[in-house]
Design a protein around this ligand. Structure first.
Ligand SMILES: Nc1ncnc2c1ncn2[C@@H]1O[C@H](COP(=O)(O)OP(=O)(O)O)[C@@H](O)[C@H]1O
Ligand SMILES: O=C(CO)[C@@H](O)[C@H](O)COP(=O)(O)O
Length: 482
């Protein structure tokens, strides 16, 4: 059996798969995000470790004892800064933190080959500009940095004592030469760092040490090998069989992502398209990233006094799609694709005397879907054609949202068994490849389909004027145009 652990933003998910890919055990533990200043978004690395331990220990002890390998997936880009003796120097700066806007311009100027080597625009969520921010604003901390890790790689260090990162996650730092799948000394130098401060860059299917004796004992698992794993989107892709050119997925986690596997490195920074390594050797991917997807569901649930996501979807369904004039712009943490605008914030437009919590809930579902449609159009402009998306992440639990999404995106959505914990599934499959070998396409074949949702043409027609108003509204609310 193989254990996959996903350090998500809203919580850690741990899943055990048997050798045939069936889920035989699961555990979860929640995480919170700290936002102590406007634009900031942080988590304490110790909280990742405590939640990982809790999620693993929630799995049946007999299942844990049968685990032969562990894989890691996690929220990407988070800057985890370690000093001498590997002590954590400050809270982790997350993927949806927008403070390093000025440093992005500085990095673009200092590293003229950035787009060719790293394949991406400098955006505040990425790790490299955050390190420039620390150098400018917290120079004493910067001087102490011995190692920079990503969230799942910090958990790996606690599990194994090894400093390693798989190339799909490492690509999200902007310090990786994405085509060559190794660190770029030039881009590191542009942020005042060297390769000695980076973990070893490995493929997601490589072994990166074994569980330390004390962790093995506390978790009730043998001292098994730990696989490189993947950034959560790439690991999610491995979990639902999105592994070859043309395969694509929609992730509905805290963030929203459209991910398309590519057979070669295909950078296209225009429109803030991301181009990174896949977690499987010899494969890359493009993605559009939207900073607040299911995060908006939780936010509007809190705003309307609704107990949770399931109840929020029920409230939206009670009024139905395209039922009111309300438009929601889901930029609660700013936006990456297509606007690359860390400072824009969300908005409701078109409120009237009949606006109700139910109609606000429905507008939020639609606003996230319309933002994803913006992302899909820039991916299409970048040459990626897709007609079908496999759905992963917590938002995959709602078929009602799926109807809105399929119509707004005009694609068929495919829901696979276990897709709601896709990154953890993929991490477990990467562990299997690291321990037993085998063909990535066979081990990472799609799980059985639970259902599909085809785009409803009549609903798409009703959405069309709302989508046009949505697109028109960004330029009116961004601080860039004030
Ligand atoms: N029944 C449900 N239907 C739709 N979405 C849900 C449901 N339950 C939880 N969610 C959403 O799932 C999200 C968490 O998804 P997840 O993929 O675990 O995110 P992350 O990896 O960012 O932690 C929550 O923000 C919540 O809005
Ligand atoms: O920043 C990105 C991808 O570039 C995000 O997709 C993060 O990787 C967080 O993922 P979730 O917690 O939403 O799964």
């Amino acid at each position: 059996m193989f254990l996959g652990i996903d350090i998500g933003t809203s919580g850690v998910k741990a899943v055990v798969l048997d050798e045939h890919g069936a889920v035989v055990g699961q555990g979860t533990a929640a995480l919170t995000v700290q936002r102590s200043h406007p634009l900031w978004s942080e988590q304490d690395p110790e909280a990742w470790w405590q939640a990982t331990t809790a999620a693993v220990r929630a799995i049946d002890p007999a299942v844990r004892r049968a685990v032969r390998g562990i894989g890691l997936a996690g929220q990407m880009h988070g800057a985890t800064l370690l000093g001498a003796d590997d002590q954590v120097l400050r809270p982790g700066i997350l993927w949806n933190d927008g403070r390093s806007h000025a440093e992005c311009a500085e990095l673009e100027a200092k590293a003229p080959d950035l787009h060719r080597i790293a394949g991406n625009l400098a955006m505040p969520g990425f790790t490299a500009p955050k390190l420039l921010w620390v150098a400018h604003h917290e120079p004493e901390t910067f001087a102490k940095i011995r190692t920079v890790l990503l969230p799942k790689d910090y958990v790996r260090l606690r599990m194994t004592g090894e400093k390693a990162s798989d190339v799909s996650d490492a690509a999200g730092t902007l310090w990786l030469d994405v085509e060559r799948r190794e660190w770029s000394d030039d881009i590191l130098a542009a942020t005042g760092l060297t390769r000695a401060q980076m973990p070893r860059a490995v493929e997601g299917t490589a072994q990166t040490g074994r569980l330390r004796a004390e962790v093995a004992e506390a978790w009730g698992i043998d001292q098994v090998p730990v696989a490189g794993g993947g950034g959560d989107n790439a690991a999610g892709a491995a979990g639902v069989g999105v592994v070859k050119d043309g395969d694509a997925l929609l992730s509905l986690g805290t963030s929203g992502v459209i991910f398309a596997a590519t057979k070669e490195f295909r950078p296209n920074p225009a429109g803030a398209v991301h181009a990174f390594c896949h977690c499987l050797p010899g494969v890359w991917h493009q993605m559009s990233v939207h900073l607040s997807a299911a995060a908006c569901i939780d936010w509007v649930a809190r705003l309307t006094g609704t107990p949770g996501a399931a109840e929020l979807f029920a409230r939206a369904e009670s009024v139905g799609p395209a039922s009111g004039p309300e438009i929601f712009l889901p930029y609660l943490s700013g936006e990456r694709t297509p606007h690359n605008d860390a400072e824009v914030r969300g908005a409701f437009l078109g409120l009237d005397h009949d606006t109700s919590p139910e109609r606000l809930a429905q507008a939020v579902l639609e606003g996230v879907a319309f933002a994803l449609a913006d992302g899909l159009s820039v991916l299409r402009d970048a040459g990626t054609e897709l007609s079908q998306l496999s759905v992963i992440g917590g938002g995959a639990r709602s078929s009602y949202w799926g109807q809105t999404l399929a119509a707004a995106l005009n694609v068929e959505l495919v829901y696979l068994k276990g897709g709601e914990v896709g990154p953890a599934l993929g991490a477990a499959r990467l562990a299997q490849l690291a321990v037993d070998g085998g063909s990535p396409e066979e081990v990472c074949a799609p799980p059985p389909i639970s259902h599909t949702i085809a785009p409803d043409a009549a609903l798409a027609e009703r959405f069309a004027p709302k989508i046009a108003r949505f697109r028109d509204s960004y330029s009116r609310i961004t601080p860039r145009n004030r």
